[in-house]
Design a protein around this ligand. Structure first.
Ligand SMILES: [Zn+2]
Length: 251
């Protein structure tokens, strides 16, 4: 069984009072999240998810709304949870340096005192496939950041395949990455096309027939793109991911 919980569905700015785009996945190995922004811990607490189940965090890219909660997570594990078992954080090239900088600026004593548990950092092969925490993670370069490598990810949990666009402009490679997946979680920051680094509902509508995943969830909404997606959800056979939305995939 694989259970996907939406921890947040907003753009970088918490539009509409929603949490930063982030997903929690329970599977046979334990649990992982895709990204961990500033509001991830808040969402985990609100939804009463078991933080001790989390074994891995899979990062799509190194922007604050996707990694801004990692230092807090490590601090919670060290200080409150007294964690002893390992945690894996996988991410694009640069993850080690950015994570160290985040810890240094947020909780410098974390690295000096030691976490008290093994932290394993895994770097995605881009493009390519990396084994991480018992899952297989295929990464392609997203069209999002000219200064750092941002990724779209396809995560295979054994039974199920989940594709996450991360933040990106539309590109044909996304269709391939999502082909045959049980779920494709695609960002939808804008209503109309025109900005190279994000996807619009107009582009999703134009490409909808080419997307061959079993289910399509949209996320990373601004107020306008969420309203536009809601209005066309039935026509385009897609789900507007809201904070707390859960999907269970059986065998
Ligand atoms: Zn973002």
């Amino acid at each position: 069984m694989t259970r996907i919980t939406c921890l947040g569905s907003s753009d970088a700015f918490n539009s509409g009072g929603r949490a930063n785009s982030c997903f929690w996945v329970d599977d046979a190995h334990g649990a992982f999240t895709v990204d961990f922004g500033p509001t991830a811990l808040l969402a985990i607490e609100r939804l009463k998810l078991d933080l001790s189940r989390l074994d891995s965090v899979f990062v799509t890219h190194l922007h604050g709304d996707h990694i801004g909660g990692l230092a807090q997570l490590l601090c919670a594990y060290q200080h409150r949870e007294k964690r002893r078992r390992p945690l894996t954080i996988g991410g694009p090239p640069g993850i080690e340096r950015r994570l160290a900088a985040a810890i240094e600026s947020a909780y410098p004593s974390l690295s000096r005192r030691g976490l008290g548990f093994p932290l394993r950092i895994v770097r995605w092969t881009v493009p390519g496939t990396t084994d991480c925490g018992g899952r297989t993670v295929s990464a392609i370069r997203a069209r999002h950041d000219i200064h750092a490598i941002a990724c779209s990810l396809r995560i295979t949990t054994g039974e199920h395949a989940l594709t996450f666009s991360g933040d990106t402009g539309w590109q044909a490679e996304l269709v391939e990455l999502a082909a045959g997946a049980d779920l494709f979680v695609c960002e939808c920051s804008d209503v109309e096309a025109g900005y190279w680094a994000h996807i619009s509902l107009t582009e999703i509508a134009a490409e909808r027939a080419t997307i061959r995943a079993d289910r399509l969830w949209l996320t990373h909404f601004g107020a306008a793109s969420r309203a536009a997606a809601l209005a066309r959800a039935q026509e385009l056979d897609l789900t507007v991911a809201d904070d707390g939305l859960v999907l269970e995939l059986g065998r």
